[in-house]
Design a protein around this ligand. Structure first.
Ligand code: ACO
Length: 324
C-alpha cells in the first residue's frame, strides 16, 4: 500500500497584528522586522487554543474531501504548543471533530513537526492497517513567547493546517525523504522547560518561554536545509529542474534567499507567505500548501513534483519530495 494526499486545509485566528502595532508594545520597528525577516503581519489567537485551531483546520480538510470524521483511522498533531501535556492535542481534536474510531497522538519536532508527522503517517498507512489519516500542524506560539523579548516576540504567529492521507494500492504521493535530528545542539532553541521541582528538589521554577540563539539557528538552517533538498532529489534520481515548487518552513525570508543562492535556483521556486503569518512553527508548511491549492498554483492529482522542507528546535530538519 501507498499513501496519497487527497485534501488540504487550514485555519487561522482572526486577529491580525501588524509590525506597526508591535511598535507600541516593544522597542522595535516595522523596518527592522521587515528587512531582517520578511514578516509584516501575524495572526494572534485571543482565546482559541491549539486543539481548536487544529480542529477547525481538520473540519476544513474533511469538508473539502467530503469525508466524514467517523471514517478517520489516525490523527497526528505536530505541535510544540499543546493545550496540555496530557491529554494530547490530537485526542482533543479527535473529540472536537467526532473521529471516534481513530488512534490519535501528538508528535514533537518543533518547526519540522509537520514533516516528521507526514513521514510517520505515510509509514503507518503503507502498513495497510489504516485507511484515512489526518496529519495536522498547529501552534499557538503567542503563549510560548516572552512578549518582553523583542528578539523573539516579533517572529512568531498562530495557526493550523494539515492534509488528509488515504491509503491506495495505486501510485501514492511520497517519492523520497531525508530527515534528521541533532540533539547535541538542542539547547540552541528551547521552550516550555519543565525542570524537576518538588519538595525534595533543589530547583526553583524557571522561565519557560521560548529562547533561541537566532544567529546559530540561521546558520544551521542555511547549511543543513539545502543539503537535505539535494538529498531527496538525488534519492529520487531527479534534478532540481524537475521540481515545480519548494515549500519551506516559513522562519525568515532571508534564510530562504540564502537557500536559493546555495542551490543555484531562482528564489521564486520557493513559495512564501511569511509576510502574512510570521513563523507558525509546525503549522507553516501545511498552511502554505493549503494556500497554494486554494489559489490554484498547485492542483491535487496533477502529479507535479514539490518538496516540503522544515527545520527547527531539536535540532530537527528534513525534506520530503512529493507528487501532488
Ligand atoms: N527590533 C529591533 N531591533 C532588534 C530586534 C527587534 N525586534 N530584535 C533584535 N534587535 C537588535 C538586536 O538587539 C541587535 O542589536 P545590537 O547589534 O545593538 O546588539 C540587532 O538588532 C541585530 O540582532 P541579531 O540577532 O544579530 O539580528 P539578526 O540579523 O541575526 O536577525 C533573527 C535575528 C531574525 C532572529 C535571525 O537571526 C533569524 O531569523 N534566525 C533564525 C530564526 C529561525 O529560523 N528560527 C526557526 C526555528 S523556530 C522553531 O523551531 C520554533
Amino acid at each position: 500500500m501507498q499513501a496519497k494526499i487527497i485534501s488540504t486545509g487550514s485555519y487561522l485566528p482572526k486577529k491580525t497584528i501588524s509590525n506597526a502595532q508591535l511598535e507600541s508594545l516593544m522597542d522595535t520597528s516595522d523596518d527592522w522586522i521587515k528587512t531582517r525577516t520578511g514578516i509584516e503581519n501575524r495572526r494572534i489567537s485571543e482565546s482559541e487554543n491549539t486543539s481548536v485551531l487544529c480542529g477547525k483546520a481538520a473540519l476544513d480538510i474533511l469538508k473539502k474531501a467530503n469525508i466524514s470524521a467517523s471514517k478517520i483511522d489516525l490523527i497526528i498533531v505536530a505541535t510544540m504548543s499543546p493545550d496540555y501535556l496530557s491529554p494530547s492535542t490530537a485526542c482533543l481534536v479527535q473529540d472536537y471533530i467526532g473521529a471516534s474510531k481513530s488512534m490519535a497522538f501528538d508528535l514533537s519536532a518543533a518547526c519540522s513537526g509537520f514533516i516528521y508527522a507526514l513521514s510517520v503517517a505515510e509509514k503507518m498507512l503503507s502498513s495497510g492497517n489504516f485507511h484515512y489519516a489526518l496529519v495536522l500542524g498547529g501552534e499557538v506560539m503567542s503563549k510560548m513567547i516572552d512578549w518582553n523579548d523583542r528578539s523573539t516576540a516579533v517572529l512568531f504567529g498562530d495557526g493550523a493546517g494539515g492534509v488528509l492521507l488515504e491509503s491506495t494500492d495505486s501510485i501514492g504521493s511520497f517519492i523520497s525523504e531525508d530527515i534528521h535530528s541533532d540533539g547535541s545542539r538542542g539547547l540552541a532553541l528551547t521552550a516550555g522547560a519543565l525542570p524537576v521541582t518538588n519538595p525534595y528538589s533543589e530547583n526553583h521554577l524557571t522561565d519557560t518561554y521560548l529562547e533561541m540563539e537566532g544567529r546559530a539557528i540561521f546558520d544551521f538552517a542555511t547549511r543543513s536545509v539545502p543539503k537535505s533538498i539535494e538529498a531527496v532529489v538525488d534519492k529520487a534520481s531527479l534534478t532540481l529542474s524537475d521540481i515545480d515548487r519548494i515549500l519551506p518552513h516559513q522562519a525568515n525570508s532571508r534564510i530562504i534567499q540564502s537557500m536559493a543562492k546555495k542551490l543555484k535556483i531562482p528564489f521564486e521556486t520557493f513559495a512564501l507567505n511569511i509576510s502574512d503569518y510570521g513563523n507558525t512553527s509546525a503549522a507553516s508548511i501545511p498552511i502554505l500548501l493549503d494556500e497554494l491549492v486554494l489559489s490554484g498554483d498547485l492542483v491535487l492529482g496533477t502529479g507535479k513534483k514539490i518538496i516540503l522542507t522544515g527545520f527547527g528546535g531539536g535540532l530537527t530538519w528534513g525534506s520530503m519530495l512529493i507528487r501532488i
